[in-house]
Write a protein that binds this ligand. Structure first.
Ligand SMILES: Cc1cc2nc3c(=O)[nH]c(=O)nc-3n(C[C@H](O)[C@H](O)[C@H](O)COP(=O)(O)OP(=O)(O)OC[C@H]3O[C@@H](n4cnc5c(N)ncnc54)[C@H](O)[C@@H]3O)c2cc1C
Length: 496
């Protein structure tokens, strides 16, 4: 629909929806390239920054100059499902020669993965040049990580504060409590504005390019259940910021013809204590005990491998249990483990009782059945030297499901239990983009004037390559801002 913007609020070169890492990177990059930039943000100034505000911002990197050795491979391993072989083969051609069907295909294409990996170090040095600090990171696990990490010192909040201040200084205009609702397109289909809602009513923002950086849909229960299924009822964002991400960016672009990409049925899962309102109240203690469901039955191997490589699979299984909940039962030997405090970030203490039946009565699982499950588990423990600080190989024998490490009897009262649910840290389903963060439509063509970055883009399938989502926001946000600003400058030049 073509609209007359003579009465609209303001005109900009670039309008960015959202001010997390993706939106701020886009806005700063565009403004530095000479564009007049507006950022629309649903929240108040004090709450701005969505998920980014709350992240510890672990980054899958060996150093500030190099991504982890497994970075590209982990993406290739999780780039889609059963991709038709001739489609995959056609990606050896230059992108311009790919069949339209492949350009629109819902898989993470190699071009995008390689661009992402190659552009992480430059994005880090760009953020550093703006004052964002990087350093090491503590770990919630007791064993070494499966792959290396660095982190933003001070986490995502530090990035939000530094980049907002810089954006304001270079003239980016922020509109808080203003939620992007729908795209405006010219009669030729070129995206030329955004409609947004605020307490004052609907506002129109006319522009040459829109950059959608307004998160995933973890804050929208209707979309979560629509795409992830009925278990979506039991999921909740891992921190306050995720509640702002209601999926409008994805929805408005899909309605305008964008190609979907990313795994709409999946999400990044973390095991959290439902009794806690703290940010990311993870409970990673279960490898040293057992997990039972409401029926008091074990349902998974609690210690299949390194915790950072296995917790997502375990947590998704918790989401599949009755009411999406499980219970981690430990005995008092947990208190003998050095550093055992760091495996739980919940601010709620465990429920403690002299016997498992009492734990069940307090927390709402079948205690007698849980005790029987623990008896069977205790009988299957092999004996041997327990070592919580390595994968000790103490595995149950003849038990289903087996436990592959740390199988020592739970026989020392008092017993302790934490309830655990799955958080929905962020959703995987989003929009298909090219390496310039331009949105691709269902026919494999670029949607002129439309960009997407961060969680609004779909690049994850199956298992999340951990500690890559902040990097995704920085790399593709920055690229979107640069490209959109170039396009605006080119239009200005052509009109002189
Ligand atoms: C507790 C926690 C820990 C995490 N740990 C890590 C980690 O260690 N490493 C890692 O890589 N990733 C981690 N993640 C994930 C990562 O932080 C996010 O995926 C990433 O920061 C998302 O950035 P974004 O800019 O795409 O979205 P967000 O940061 O969520 O920003 C989106 C912004 O858009 C706004 N918005 C939403 N809808 C609209 C609308 N319609 N109009 C205008 N504005 C809108 C929101 O209010 C928000 O400010 C973690 C996340 C959380 C919550």
């Amino acid at each position: 629909m073509q609209e007359n913007f003579s009465n609209s609020t303001q005109n900009f070169d670039v309008v960015v929806a959202g001010c997390g890492v993706a939106g701020l990177s886009a806005a700063v990059a565009a403004a530095e390239a000479g564009a007049r930039v507006a950022v629309l943000e649903r929240s108040t100034y004090d709450e701005r920054g969505g998920n980014t505000r709350y992240t510890t911002a672990a980054l899958r990197m060996e150093s500030e100059e190099a991504v982890s050795g497994d970075f590209v491979q982990r993406f290739l391993d999780n780039c889609g499902y059963h991709v038709q072989p001739d489609f995959a083969a056609s990606t050896v051609l230059d992108y311009a020669n790919w069949p339209a069907m492949v350009r629109a295909l819902a898989f993470t294409d190699p071009e995008l993965i390689v661009f992402f990996a190659d552009n992480v170090p430059p994005a880090i040095s760009w953020l550093k040049a703006h004052g964002v600090k990087f350093g090491g990171i503590g770990f919630y696990g007791l064993t070494p990580r499966a792959s290396p990490r660095i982190a933003i010192t001070g986490g995502g909040l530090h990035l939000i504060e530094v980049m907002t201040a810089h954006a304001e200084k270079i003239g980016v205009q922020f509109f808080y409590e203003t939620a992007a609702q729908s795209l405006v397109q010219s009669t030729q289909g070129i995206v030329c504005g955004l409609r947004a809602g605020s307490k004052a009513g609907t506002r129109h923002f006319a522009c040459r390019s829109v950059i959608l950086a307004c998160g995933g849909f973890q804050g929208n229960p209707e979309m979560v259940v629509r795409y992830i299924g009925p278990k979506g009822r039991y999921l909740r964002p891992v921190a306050r910021g995720g509640y702002y991400d209601k999926g409008e960016g994805i929805d408005m672009a899909l309605r305008a013809g964008a190609a979907p990409a990313g795994d709409f049925a999946e999400y990044h899962a973390e095991p959290i204590d439902p009794r806690s309102s703290a940010t990311e109240p993870i409970v990673m203690a279960y490898p040293y005990g057992v997990l039972v469901n409401q029926q008091g039955q074990r349902f998974t191997d609690e210690a299949p491998g390194p915790i950072d490589a296995s917790y997502e699979d375990t947590t998704r299984l918790i989401a599949d249990q009755t009411k999406g909940i499980a219970f981690c039962i430990l005995d008092n030997k947990i208190n003998d483990i050095e550093n055992s405090r760091r495996i739980v970030r919940s601010d709620q203490p465990p429920v403690t009782a002299p016997d498992v039946a009492s734990l069940g009565r307090t927390l709402g699982f079948v205690g007698d059945a849980a005790q029987r499950a623990i008896d069977a588990y205790n009988r299957a423990c092999p004996g041997g030297v327990f070592n919580p600080h390595t994968l000790d190989g103490l595995a149950t024998t003849g038990l289903s499901p087996r436990k592959s490490n740390y199988a020592v009897p739970l026989d020392t009262p008092p017993y302790h239990a934490y309830p655990i649910i799955s958080s929905n840290t962020f959703t995987f389903g989003g929009l298909k983009v090219n390496v310039d963060a331009q949105v691709v439509n269902q026919d494999g063509e670029l949607m002129q004037g439309l960009y997407a970055a961060g969680e609004t883009v779909g690049i994850y399938y199956g298992k999340y390559p951990g500690a890559t989502s902040v990097l995704r926001g920085a790399v593709f946000g920055k690229r979107a801002g640069e490209h959109a600003a170039q396009q605006a400058a080119a239009v200005r030049l052509s009109r002189r």
